[in-house]
Design a protein around this ligand. Structure first.
Ligand SMILES: [Mg+2]
Length: 209
């Protein structure tokens, strides 16, 4: 795959939604340890709504797929809804019916910067940003080096997973997890896990059927 089409983007969101169903219990368990336990529910609700919106109002470009996903997350509550809504909304600013690795890297850079500003979160704060930033960097570096979109997304998926795993050693500085202090150490941040799931879902082979 060298370009992302509308169909390919919809399939990506469908696989992300399937992963949120499959990993509902594990995300809920993680968020019970570091948050208020609603993250698995919020992610699943947002993605069920995104899939429904994509069915009822079919998108004509990759940007529209991400924009529908943004609208779905902006409608759900919690801390994660507005942040994921903002992130997907900025990714949805990508234009054209065929999106290259360079286009996607550029949109993702703006999206991740926007989430960092709104959440006042840097790498190391044990949030979704700990997966977003390395994934964005990996995708950008791959795009600059002329990698195919598939290869660039695989690099982003690996970086996001490593970023999510890095949150286990961190003490939270943001969000509800900051109040539980040492209890959160050793636990992967569920928001970062979800971002790793998103990038893993970009590839057919990354998500077992
Ligand atoms: Mg919560």
């Amino acid at each position: 795959m060298t370009m992302l089409s509308v169909g390919g983007t919809r399939a990506w969101i469908d696989r992300f939604a399937d992963a949120a169903e499959d990993q509902f219990d594990s995300l809920t368990d993680l968020d019970r340890l570091v948050g208020d336990g609603d993250f698995g529910m919020n992610l699943r609700t947002g993605l069920r709504s995104a899939v429904q919106r994509l069915r009822s109002d079919p998108p004509t470009s990759p940007g529209e797929v991400f924009a529908r996903t943004s609208d779905a997350f902006l409608d759900i509550g919690g801390t994660s809804g507005p942040l994921l809504g903002l992130w997907f909304g900025r990714i949805g600013a990508v234009s054209g019916v065929e999106v290259t690795a360079t286009d996607l890297a550029s949109a993702l850079g703006a999206a991740t910067a926007a989430v960092q500003r709104l959440g006042n979160a840097q790498v190391g704060h044990k949030t979704m940003v700990d997966a977003m930033v390395p994934a964005t960097s990996a995708l950008t570096e791959a795009a600059v080096s002329g990698a195919t979109l598939s290869a660039a997304l695989n690099s982003a998926a690996t970086a996001a997973r490593l970023g999510a795993e890095s949150t286990r050693a961190m003490l939270a500085r943001r969000g509800r997890a900051a109040y539980v202090g040492e209890h959160a150490r050793g636990v992967e941040d569920p928001g970062a896990s979800a971002i790793a799931m998103f990038f893993a879902a970009s590839s057919y082979k990354s998500v077992p059927a």
